[in-house]
Design a protein around this ligand. Sequence first.
Ligand SMILES: Cc1ncc(COP(=O)(O)O)c(C=O)c1O
Length: 403
Amino acid sequence: MNLDSLAPPPLSPRMADLGTESAFEVLARARALEATGRRIVHLQIGEPDFETAPHVIEAGIKALRDGFTHYGPTAGLPVARDAIARYVSRTRGIDVSPDSVIVTPGGKPVIYYSILAILDRGDEAIIPDPSFPIYESVVRYVGATPVPVPLDYDRDFRFDPDEMRRRITPRTRLIVLNSPHNPTGGVLTPSDLEDVADMAREHDLWVLSDEIYSRLVYDDGAGGRAHHSIACLPGMRDRTIILDGFSKAYAMTGWRLGYGIAPASILPHLVRLQVNVASCTASFVQIAGAAALDGPQDRVDDMVAEFEARRTLVVDGLNEIDGVECRDPGGAFYAFPRIDVPGMTAKQVADSLLHEEGVAVLSGAAFGANGEGFLRLSFANSRSELVEGLARIRHGITRLRQR
Ligand SMILES: Cc1ncc(COP(=O)(O)O)c(C=O)c1O
């Protein structure tokens, strides 16, 4: 018997339920094409193209020199929890105690910890469709069922509250909200949040409020758009976990720093999950994060202003292409155009744009069935790259529509 040819031992069947994030897959494919000498325009990944502010970098370096190179408390360093509590109190207009903060390596673990802590096999979670694929992935991983509620193009990608209400069953435990929204750029209104809060209180549900794009909200022309958190509504603090972090607002994706704000009934469980997974978040990174929150905010403001200008450039450019229509995203840095290419799925169109035109975008269907017929473009890239990317998309879509 050849011992080197034995089949590997089996894995848990559960692994078949765990999904992934296509942005990272498309990035890898785009990089592989670049390695063959092709020039690719990257409009696939949700990552600010700005550098982390110098005072934040200096704070991180100083923290390393000052010895913040050891394990810290699992829930986070007191200095970071304090800064986060002050920041969330200030930006949401609620009184957040440092005791309700868990500091995490990126915002993503808050999704994982919350879903593991709340859902059991057979439970149901209401999830916007389309949405960030990690929600559905983790819900399925724990043996629970994701229940999609469609986001309508004609409602600027807000859900219809009656449609959400109809999806609540005795097995529903959790509603996931994400505003501003990935991939559509949709922003929920105070009245949408009131509706969800009514449902959550009436049916005793948890809400995971993913507010990672909270700083990226654009003017609606009438001065009326702003970020609102459902946690501010009466009775909602005790059933809401806020997810936020530094990746998008402070251009700190690679630092891996985020946080959850959670009530006392669940926070210790999130902390226990974190001690099992990560022990703690890197100590010097937390010091840098506190400096980001407490320091000058002008770079964030400049970045948001630049994204707003790019939003106009991208949306106008897309709407000039035959077979493409695009709404103004109210927040985040994504455009989610509807494309009309008869006989092709959004994935086939996205694949063709990558291979034939050298522009990397994501299929809307990678975010849920209701994203079919759409593409997601990130405008977290320079204006010159966006102009080049739009020209390539125009060329590709025109060619595909004339086949
Ligand atoms: C909706 C949403 N939530 C959470 C995250 C995770 O962010 P982080 O990089 O801080 O883990 C992302 C990142 O793309 C996101 O789009």
